[in-house]
Write a new protein. Structure first.
Length: 132
């Protein structure tokens, strides 16, 4: 039986309301299993140029180059069986840059850095992964 582990909803609150900003955050994501798990990122815009790097896993990274509208929800699913980037029924996988890796979370603590340009106070980010 599987359930979905949930980190916390991260957000860009406190940014200037005068215009877009670049948001950078380093966080620790903990995989409590003995095997690699694959995160699903949910980005609620606005924003562009989302980069997620797993520093713990040899700096594996992906870069999503897309001008996301305010309120638009994009899901990046790193599961090897899926490896999809969607917004509703729209497939945005072509907006991942060449060389991007849909990386997994190694067992234990993973140091992850995210950078996202063009964000505003309403921009939101969450990350989830399956646990057993």
């Amino acid at each position: 039986r599987h359930s979905m582990g949930f980190l916390a909803s991260l957000f860009t609150g406190g940014l200037s309301a005068l215009g877009p900003s670049v948001w950078t955050q380093t966080m620790t994501l903990v995989n409590t299993l003995d095997t690699v798990v694959y995160p699903r990122w949910t980005l609620t815009g606005q924003g562009h140029g989302f980069v997620a790097t797993n520093v713990t896993d040899s700096n594996r990274a992906f870069t999503f180059r897309y001008n996301q509208a305010a309120g638009q929800r994009v899901v990046i699913d790193c599961d090897p069986a899926k490896q999809l980037v969607t917004s509703g029924t729209l497939d945005l996988s072509g907006s991942m840059t060449t060389g991007s890796v849909y990386w997994g979370l190694q067992p234990g603590a993973n140091t992850v850095t995210v950078t996202w340009g063009g964000v505003h106070n309403a921009t939101r980010l969450s990350v989830q992964w399956e646990t057993i």
